[in-house]
Structures are given as structure tokens and as C-alpha cells.
Design a protein around this ligand. Structure first.
Ligand SMILES: [Zn+2]
Length: 85
């Protein structure tokens, strides 16, 4: 995190490269912007799928508890931490 990766070793278009731009206060290049958009889109889709699974589990009982997006994120975050992911 302290050393700057030489420009020729950066794989532009990846999330890491996008974050590198941000970290060095650069405007991300087009390739990285595109990569980041895709990453964000996939992340959201993944969260939606996970929320669907959680919702199924929770509604299997009598309770039929509806979760908000924030609650889902919090639960998933806790599970991730517990599993060390
Ligand atoms: Zn880039």
C-alpha cells in the first residue's frame, strides 16, 4: 500500500487499478472507469441474489420478516466477518 506500482505493471480496467487511480488522486482512465462500472453492477447483482436467498430462509418460518437493503448488507457483512472472508 505504501509503494506505488510502476505504471507498466498496472492492469487497467480492473477494480484494483481503479482504486489505485483514486488512491493517487488521479482521474481514472476510461478502461478503469468501465471496469469499475462493471464491478459495481456485478456487486449489486450479487447482493440482490444474496438478499433473495436470505429472504427465502427468513420467510420459510412463520415470521415472514422483510429485510431492508441496509439490514441485508449488515447481515451479510457480519457473516463475511465471521467466516473471515
Ligand atoms: Zn486505469
Amino acid at each position: 500500500m505504501t509503494e506505488r506500482i510502476p505504471e507498466h505493471r498496472v492492469k487497467h480496467g480492473t477494480e484494483n487499478a481503479y482504486r489505485r487511480h483514486i488512491r493517487w488522486s488521479e482521474t481514472p482512465c476510461e478502461k478503469c472507469k468501465k471496469g469499475h462500472r462493471l464491478y459495481t453492477k456485478e456487486r449489486r447483482a450479487k447482493l440482490r441474489r444474496q438478499k433473495g436467498v436470505l429472504q427465502q430462509i427468513l420467510s420459510a418460518g412463520e415470521g415472514r420478516l422483510k429485510l431492508t437493503d441496509a439490514e441485508t448488507r449488515e447481515i451479510l457483512e457480519t457473516i463475511r466477518k465471521e467466516l473471515g472472508l
